[in-house]
Ligand binder design. Structure first.
Ligand code: PHB
Length: 357
């Protein structure tokens, strides 16, 4: 029988009941003060536990990793306790959940950082656009270039955050190397102008990502670790002169780490896609489970799963609006429409009150 969204699969040590994944979604509803997951967040994730796998919203690994209001961290004792409520609620409903490890790099603002610090980045290149802050939209600032001596500390923060995530009861972690945040900023020649061993060549630009992967794998085991990339995303003013070569090499390097999966944002969340890109070519460079994302519906997901090129599909906005997306797919039932006005911030409205069938 052909593989489809309802065929179980194991990602490393994580056994999934289906191939319908809830994509990571920033919702800006962490408890204040302290950016602590709260009961409402546990309810939201538990409502969606029929997914084969839930990937949490992007979760800052350190105080300097924050770039938006009310995003829940994984670097304080209170946050770990808060996340325990989430993992317990999801596991009670027989779900699986991994935490997405996030450092925003330059996509931040001093008002969101300790002592009004400058955001950090591979190079002092200011992003176009504005940051979301507690005081509303404010222009991005020119970030501070990380010193080479500081990079082991960043890698150590990823390792510590992984320990924290396991303590909080997660089934694994996903390293966020997509969408123009810190690790993506290091990968691209538009944002990484370094001349040391972390910059210039493609090999050097992938160094920080691979160091982070190895450090996270050392803590969690490779069978509990996924990585997310977005080769063509121009979101967050990110650019690269040759994404195909860059990301084929990234996929090749990640293959050697024997990870649970590679998660690929197949397109752009931020306007134009100027360069042609061959995802099949990328796929051939990666030996392991491939999770596809962006703009899929049930029919297209089943189509690509049947080809064998894609092993799982993640759904973002469909999961915001349909806590019982799995059941709706199973019954070919109509889907609720997501309300964009309640995506980022607020209360239960537009969060835990979408109706089930
Ligand atoms: C967002 O907050 O808009 C956001 C966060 C993480 C992403 C993409 C978008 O990967």
């Amino acid at each position: 029988m052909a593989i489809d969204l309802f065929t179980p699969i194991s990602l490393g040590s994580i056994a999934l009941k289906n191939r319908i994944v809830m994509a990571p979604l920033t919702r800006n509803r962490a408890g204040q003060p302290g950016n602590v997951p709260q009961d409402m967040n546990a309810t939201y994730y538990a409502q969606r536990a029929s997914a084969g796998l839930i990937i949490t919203e992007a979760t800052p690994i350190s105080p300097m990793a924050h770039g938006y209001p009310a995003t829940p961290g994984i670097h304080t004792a209170e946050q770990i306790e808060g996340w325990k409520k989430v993992t317990a609620a999801v596991h009670a409903k027989d779900g699986k959940i991994v935490l997405q490890l996030w450092h925003v790099g330059r996509i931040s603002h001093p008002s969101l950082l300790p002592d009004n610090a400058l955001p950090v980045a591979p190079s002092a290149v200011k992003p176009k656009g504005q940051a979301f802050t507690y005081q509303g939209l404010q222009d991005f600032v020119k970030p501070r270039e990380l010193k080479v001596e500081e990079l082991p500390g960043i890698v150590a923060d990823y390792a510590q955050a992984t320990k924290n995530a396991l303590e909080a009861g997660f089934d694994g972690v996903e390293i966020h190397a997509a969408n123009g945040y810190l690790l993506d900023q290091f990968l691209r020649d538009g944002t990484n102008l370094r001349e040391d061993k972390y910059g210039d060549t493609i090999m050097n630009r992938t160094r920080l990502l691979i160091e982070v992967v190895k450090a996270v794998v050392a803590v969690a085991g490779s069978d509990k670790v996924g990585v997310r990339i977005s080769p063509l995303n121009t979101f967050n003013d990110i650019e690269d002169s040759s994404p195909q070569a860059l990301f084929n090499y990234v996929a090749f390097l990640l293959s050697k780490e024997n990870l649970a999966y590679l998660h690929v944002v197949e397109g752009s969340m931020g306007g134009s896609e100027p360069i042609a890109f061959d995802y099949d070519f990328l796929r051939k460079s990666y030996k392991g489970n491939y999770m596809a994302n962006l703009g899929y519906d049930k029919a297209r997901a089943n189509e690509v799963l049947a080809t064998g090129k894609v092993d799982l599909v993640s759904f973002g906005s469909l999961f915001i609006a349909n806590p019982d997306l799995v059941e709706r797919f199973a019954q070919d039932a109509p889907l609720n429409t997501p309300d964009e006005n309640s995506f980022y911030g607020g209360n239960e409205q537009g969060y835990t009150d979408y109706p089930t069938l």
